[in-house]
Write a protein of this length. Structure first.
Length: 149
């Protein structure tokens, strides 16, 4: 990012020139990290049978965080540990809920609480072969941290 300024002494004064920002004002380097296709067998749903026999779910999780230090140092301590993110999601999937919307919100909230360096996230929770009276692959709910505000 640069500050534009006009140099009145220049013959090209009508053109904008740019001055680089000082290092302290540079924006963070945000990267998108994805953990896709996490499979869980869980007991979510509004019907009693779903809470007894359970079904399969697939969760996709995307998040943005500053990865500039990890890129330079190759240190896991300088980024968000994917294993720890997975474990938080797995823990939330083990808590029975009626609605995919509720599970999705709980996952986003848990990640925000556990990893304050995550600046934005999106979760998609799919219920495979839902009992809706017809043949279908899945139903899903997607939420982002934008919807939490």
């Amino acid at each position: 990012m640069c500050f534009p300024y006009l140099d009145p002494k220049s013959k090209l004064h009508h053109l904008k020139r740019f001055v680089p920002l000082p290092p302290i004002l540079k924006e963070k380097k945000m990267s998108m990290i994805a953990i896709e296709g996490m499979e869980f067998y869980a007991y979510h749903g509004c019907f009693e049978e779903e809470k007894i026999i359970g079904t399969s779910f697939v969760v996709d999780f995307y998040f943005k965080t500053d990865t500039s230090e990890a890129e330079k140092t190759d240190s896991l301590r300088k980024t968000v540990n994917y294993l720890e993110v997975y474990q938080v999601i797995k823990k939330e999937m083990e808590i029975s809920s009626n609605l995919l919307e509720h599970i999705s919100r709980r996952i986003l909230m848990a990640i925000q609480n556990e990893f304050p360096q995550v600046e934005w996230s999106k979760v998609k929770v799919q219920k495979l072969n839902p009992p809706l009276g017809g043949k279908m692959k899945s139903v899903s709910v997607s939420l982002t941290t934008d919807e939490l505000k």
